[in-house]
Design a protein around this ligand. Structure first.
Ligand SMILES: Cc1ncc(COP(=O)(O)O)c(C=O)c1O
Length: 200
């Protein structure tokens, strides 16, 4: 068995079967290119679903990571550190946001947004306890956590993971009338991908 098929076999044997990647085993990347274990070069048009839009092993990012790794590993949020304020300043200038809450993943960001809008609904809008409603679209993809798969319309994402959290109303993507009809005095947010990328 060559390295590529051995790696695929080990991954299949030891890893949970929760994803079906293409059988291309990548070992190196530079800018827009990646190479597999057999030395074949590819143009990376996926860029980890846009998480690597800056390109692989960008020299400025790599240098900053190496520099920081040699100085301080992790502070948690129990202490302050000398970098967070700079990150906030740069992000605020870049996005025009007035408040920033960094997350580790897209799903975590969506879960946190759900919490934030519900809290706003109860504490600012005056929605009765446990009645907050969030409107979502059919064929959405917002991640794979429990809260999120609960309002997915993809049977594969939901099957055998219930029971799910209440408080989400689904409308047809692109149907403005069904969106209008779904709005009530308990609506606290509309969660939408303006362009859906993962249609079922
Ligand atoms: C639109 C959208 N929202 C949320 C997510 C979830 O992001 P993550 O995989 O970082 O949790 C994705 C991931 O592909 C996405 O495409």
């Amino acid at each position: 068995m060559n390295t590529t098929s051995a790696l695929i076999e080990t991954e299949y044997r030891l890893g949970a079967h929760n994803y079906k990647p293409l059988d291309v085993v990548l070992s190196r990347g530079e800018g827009v290119y990646v190479w597999d274990t057999e030395g074949k070069r590819y143009l990376d048009c996926l860029s980890a679903y846009s998480a690597v839009n800056q390109g692989h092993c960008h020299p400025k990012i790599l240098a900053a990571m190496i520099e920081q790794a040699g100085k301080l590993t992790l502070t948690s949020r129990a202490f302050r550190n000398d970098q967070l304020a700079h990150l906030y300043e740069e992000l605020a200038a870049l996005t025009g946001s007035h408040k920033i809450l960094p997350m580790n993943s897209g799903a975590e960001a969506v879960e946190t947004a759900v919490k934030a809008v519900r809290k706003w609904g109860y504490e600012v809008k005056g929605v009765p306890e446990n009645c907050a409603e969030i409107i979502v679209c059919s064929n959405n993809f917002h991640g794979r956590t429990m809260g999120i798969v609960g309002f997915s319309t993809d049977p594969d994402a939901r099957a055998n993971f219930g029971p799910f959290a209440p408080g989400f109303k689904t409308v047809t993507f692109g149907d403005l009338e069904s969106f209008r009809e779904a709005i009530t005095e308990n609506t606290v947010a509309f969660l939408i991908e303006p362009i859906q990328g993962k249609r079922v």
